[in-house]
Design a protein around this ligand. Structure first.
Ligand code: AMP
Length: 219
C-alpha cells in the first residue's frame, strides 16, 4: 500500500504523515527530509541538490528517483509507506509506478496560496530533532527553543519570503497536474487543509479506513 500525500508547501504533509505513521505503522518518506539530510552530510548529491533547493526549484528527477527507489526497497516499506513531497511532477509519478506497482491512495491536503504564505513565513523547525513549530498556531513554550529536545529553532532557508513565491509557482506549474493524473486513475482524494491538525487528520483517516483492507471506517 502506498499513500501519497500531495499539497502545497506548508499544507501539513509532514505533520499528517507522522500521524499516519503513528496510527497505521507505515513509515513516512519525505524527499525534502532526505535531501536536507544529504545537504547536511555534505554528500555529492547534497551539494547538487542544495543549489536547486535554495532557489525553491525542484531537484533533478534522476537524483530524487534514485533516492526514493533505494528507500522504498528497504524492509520497513514492505507492507506500505507514506510519500511526502513525492511525486512532484508527472514524470516522477509515472516513474514511481514502474519502481513499485503497489496499490495506492492519493490524498491532497488543499490550501490556498494566502494561507501557505502565512504558514511558511511563520514556520520554524528544530535544528536538532526536526520538530515543526509555527509562531502563530504552535508556539514553543520558550521562544526559540524546541519543547521536545531543547534544540535551537531555526527558519528553513527556503521558508524565507523571497523563496516562498517560487516554491508556490513550482507547485502550481509542476505538481498540480499530478492531481489530474491521479484523479484519472480513480485513486485521488482531497481534504481541506485549513483546519485544526486533528480535524485534517480525521478526514485523512476516513479516506484511509475505507481504502485499507481489513480496517473499519473510524466513524
Ligand atoms: P519539501 O521539504 O518537501 O518542501 O522540499 C524542499 C525542497 O526539496 C523542494 O523545494 C525541492 O527543492 C526539493 N524536493 C523535495 N522533494 C522533491 C521532489 N520530489 N522532486 C524534486 N525536488 C524535491
Amino acid at each position: 500500500m502506498r499513500i501519497v500525500l500531495l499539497g502545497p508547501p506548508g499544507s501539513g504533509k509532514g505533520t499528517q504523515g507522522d500521524m499516519i505513521t503513528k496510527k497505521y505503522g507505515f513509515p513516512r518518506i519525505s524527499t525534502g527530509d532526505l535531501l536536507r539530510d544529504a545537504v547536511a552530510a555534505g554528500t555529492p548529491l547534497g551539494d547538487i541538490a542544495k543549489r536547486s533547493m535554495d532557489r525553491g526549484e525542484l531537484v533533478k528527477d534522476e537524483l530524487v528517483l534514485e533516492m526514493v527507489d533505494n528507500r522504498i526497497q528497504q524492509n520497513d516499506c514492505r507492507d506500505g509507506y507514506v510519500l511526502d513531497g513525492f511525486p512532484r511532477n508527472i514524470p516522477q509519478a509515472r516513474k514511481l509506478e514502474v519502481l513499485d506497482r503497489a496499490r495506492e491512495v492519493v490524498i491532497e491536503i488543499f490550501l490556498g496560496d494566502d494561507i501557505v504564505i502565512k504558514r511558511l513565513s511563520s514556520r520554524r523547525i528544530c535544528s536538532r530533532c526536526g520538530a515543526i513549530y509555527n509562531l502563530l498556531v504552535k508556539v514553543p513554550v520558550q521562544t526559540g527553543i524546541c519543547d521536545a529536545c531543547g534544540g535551537t529553532l531555526i527558519q528553513r532557508d527556503d521558508d524565507k519570503a523571497e523563496v516562498i513565491n517560487e516554491r508556490l509557482n513550482v507547485y502550481h506549474r509542476q505538481t498540480e497536474p499530478v492531481v489530474d493524473y491521479y484523479r484519472a486513475k480513480g485513486v485521488f482524494h482531497r481534504v481541506q487543509g485549513n483546519d485544526t491538525v486533528q480535524s485534517v487528520f480525521d478526514s485523512i483517516c476516513r479516506v484511509l479506513d475505507s481504502a485499507l483492507p481489513g480496517t473499519e471506517p473510524s466513524d
